[in-house]
Design a protein around this ligand. Sequence first.
Ligand SMILES: NC(=O)c1ccc[n+]([C@@H]2O[C@H](COP(=O)([O-])OP(=O)(O)OC[C@H]3O[C@@H](n4cnc5c(N)ncnc54)[C@H](OP(=O)(O)O)[C@@H]3O)[C@@H](O)[C@H]2O)c1
Length: 361
Amino acid sequence: MRRALSLAARGIGQVSPGPLVGCVIVSSDSEVVGEGFYIYQEVKHAETIALEQAGAKSKGATAYVTLEPHAHEGRTPPCTEALIKAGIARVVAPIEDPNPLVSGKGFARLREAGVKVQTGLLEPEAARQNEAYIHSMKRARPFVHLKLASSLDGKIATRKGDSRWITGEESRARVHELRHKYDAILVGAGTASADNPLLTDRSGKARRRALVRVVLDAELTLSPSSHLAATAKEFPLLIFTSESASESQSIVLEKLGAEVFRDAGGGRNLERVLQELGRRSIQSVLVEGGANVAGAFLDAGLVDKVSFFVAPIIIGGRDAPTAIKGTGAEKIADAIKLQDVEIRERGRDVEITGYPLRDEG
Ligand SMILES: NC(=O)c1ccc[n+]([C@@H]2O[C@H](COP(=O)([O-])OP(=O)(O)OC[C@H]3O[C@@H](n4cnc5c(N)ncnc54)[C@H](OP(=O)(O)O)[C@@H]3O)[C@@H](O)[C@H]2O)c1
């Protein structure tokens, strides 16, 4: 299963809006006879690729698949039927596919055909690997990952607005790895103007769909000479703005290739923003700030994962912005608590990642 998970990971950046899936077929005499992983463009599912490799050796073999095989007619015929036809004796798959078209039905079909089914093996790892897919299927909105870089004293810029670079090279390289996993990257108008960022995926790895750059800009203040606007023909740029924003500014930005979307309260209605992104088959969004946008997402309970890159520097200054604005908690007891926290060293910095605990009631 570990091998199947690492095969599945080769699809990162190339499967959305589908799931990451890896498959390893092990013959009855314990030989690996087939391996495969899913890439959207290649259409074929991981199981089919592995079965083709295994050929006649599939008979009586075990298929380790990282996600429940599908039992319906989609872009490909059902994988359950291919597994049954090939004579697979046992399917080991850690988790159900949350897609309502598939969920539970794949396992049921296999059992009905006499194939042994074992679930739960490396379940946490498998669920983590497909967290964006699972989330977007279950909640019908994109998975939101908030990423910020701060100093030891929680500042994200100096009192003069200088923010480059708080963290070191290792952290910044890691951010490009993160961007590679996401379908969209989102910032507020404040960050777009203060930092003039490019917001592209510079991981150097292939991706199926371009990373959609999203700016929440109610007043439509984004400068046509900004890196974001100037590269809009090359890398998609979607700006949420208000009905009342300047028409002439909008025309200039559109001519440069940006899409100006006059809805969602100019970006103030974050539920609507996410709904609109979901409508565009965007499965996951990396929110990269700034402090107001980060605070608004947290206040609205719309953050699913958090990564802070903390650098061992102290910026100080009462006017230097802290990482999160918005309303925040009144009491420590009300502070957002993270679960499944992971702490990693990134050069001299520390990356802290976790999942905000939710009252699911
Ligand atoms: N270290 C880091 O990781 C990091 C990351 C990003 C930014 N920064 C720094 O953070 C600073 C910028 O932060 P900021 O707080 O001023 O700007 P911001 O959060 O990027 O943008 C805030 C602006 O976005 C617009 N907006 C639209 N929808 C919104 C919503 N739902 N919630 C909140 N704002 C919304 C508002 O302007 P309109 O009313 O005009 O729409 C608002 O003034 C800069 O100094 C930058 O260098 C640091």
